[in-house]
Design a protein around this ligand. Structure first.
Ligand SMILES: [Zn+2]
Length: 164
């Protein structure tokens, strides 16, 4: 992505820019947009630290989704672990990095190839649920994400890995 449109730009009035104006501007941080409304609160719980300042919006109008959710996290750019968790639950979401009130990067979420030590295997018989070892999944499909456990070889939807 090579665009660094400031929030105040009037040249590109995309759905995303419209949303950025609906919630208070932040000086520095991350905006996650185009979240399905039904997973927005779950996503906020999955990625927000206890100290994070978080703004959550649900049921915003979206040209593409009808309704959508938006999350702003102030003062922090998401780690690769956060991004992987986010992609498992909402692979079609978009994110924007904001520095000094300006969008410096925005675009689709990166979809990881491997999910290592981020999620539990939902298979109760999997060895990773009985012995202390790191979990590992290989992503075989995106939108929605399907990932296969490297230990028991079973495959699961991305959401199943994080939402009990
Ligand atoms: Zn497994």
């Amino acid at each position: 992505m090579n665009d660094s449109q400031p929030i105040t730009s009037r040249s590109q009035r995309s759905d995303h820019d419209h949303t950025l104006r609906l919630v208070p501007a932040i000086a520095h941080g991350t905006v996650i947009d185009h979240l399905p409304t039904d997973v927005t609160l779950t996503v906020a719980q999955l990625i927000a630290d206890h100290n994070d300042e978080v703004l959550i919006g649900v049921n915003f109008q979206s040209r593409h989704l009808g309704r959508k959710g938006v999350i702003k996290i102030t003062g922090r750019e998401l780690s690769s672990t956060d991004l992987s968790r986010l992609a498992l639950v909402a692979p079609d979401a978009t994110m924007a990095i904001i520095r000094d009130y300006t969008v410096v990067r925005k675009g689709p979420l990166p979809i990881p190839e491997h999910i290592v030590n981020i999620a539990r295997c939902p298979n109760p018989n999997c060895v990773t649920n009985h012995e202390p070892c790191a979990t590992a999944f290989r992503v075989e499909q995106d939108h929605p994400i399907v990932a296969r456990c490297q230990y028991c070889e079973r495959s699961f939807l991305g959401q199943e890995l994080l939402i009990p």
